[in-house]
Design a protein around this ligand. Structure first.
Ligand code: HEC
Length: 194
């Protein structure tokens, strides 16, 4: 090997060494070791990947985690608007007293009725076993996103996302009874989960 070649090789090795050291230094700066010793196992979690949940709409504001309260809206809700909205339900439900169950059960007198209790309807195990009555809050949660409220329900309906729509729909359901349920009291409105 002549001297020139040797020098080039030596320079190359030196450069590689320097780059390696520089890399380690940069690593020290970017990823400070927690215990102050070396570059051990702590690297694994040095860059946690956090992916923010993005709402379907792409809106900058995060989507609300659940159904907004609606009890305060019920007294002034628009029953006629609720009736119009019921077009979203009539593929599967009828609302008349003495009507026939279709894909879903008859929804006459459903406010405060026990869940899964309409005669002759074959409910999913999820709904049949859920328990409780269809009070205003249960309806609010179910109609917001049926499959979130009752996991495994066979009601294939995305839900009513607008609080005013749910209030109008529930006011409509309330009217579909020989003896409509009482409106919520001020105390119930005040204590409704936010
Ligand atoms: C694609 C069909 C479909 C649509 C649309 C639909 N539902 Fe249902 N609904 C069902 C089925 C099926 C069930 C029974 C679910 C089960 O057993 O899990 C049900 C159950 C219900 C129940 C519970 C009844 C009970 O006796 O416990 C309510 C309340 C209800 N639906 C309201 C509505 C309203 C209000 C709408 C419109 C905003 C609607 N549904 C739209 C199919 C549908």
């Amino acid at each position: 090997m002549d001297e020139l070649k040797f020098n080039k090789l030596f320079a190359g090795v030196l450069l590689a060494g320097l780059l390696l050291m520089a890399g380690i230094k940069a690593g020290d700066i970017l990823v400070p070791s927690h215990d102050g010793h070396g570059h051990g196992g702590e690297h694994k979690n040095s860059y946690p990947i956090e992916v923010a949940e993005v709402a379907d709409t792409g809106a900058a504001v995060a989507a609300p985690a659940g159904p907004e309260p609606i009890l305060a809206l019920l007294a002034e809700a628009d029953i006629a608007a609720g009736m119009k909205l019921a077009k979203k339900c009539t593929a599967c439900h009828v609302f008349e007293e003495g009507g026939k169950n279709k894909v879903g059960p008859v929804l006459w007198n459903i406010v405060n009725a026990d869940k899964g209790a309409i005669d002759g309807f074959g409910y999913s195990a999820a709904l049949a076993g859920f328990g409780g009555a269809w009070d205003y809050s249960a309806l609010n949660a179910f109609l917001y996103k049926p499959k979130a409220y009752i996991e495994g329900t066979k009601m294939n309906f995305a839900g009513l996302k607008k609080p005013q729509d749910r209030a109008n729909m529930i006011a409509n359901l309330r009217s579909l009874s020989a003896a409509p349920a009482a409106l919520p009291t001020d105390a119930e409105i005040a204590s409704e989960a936010q």
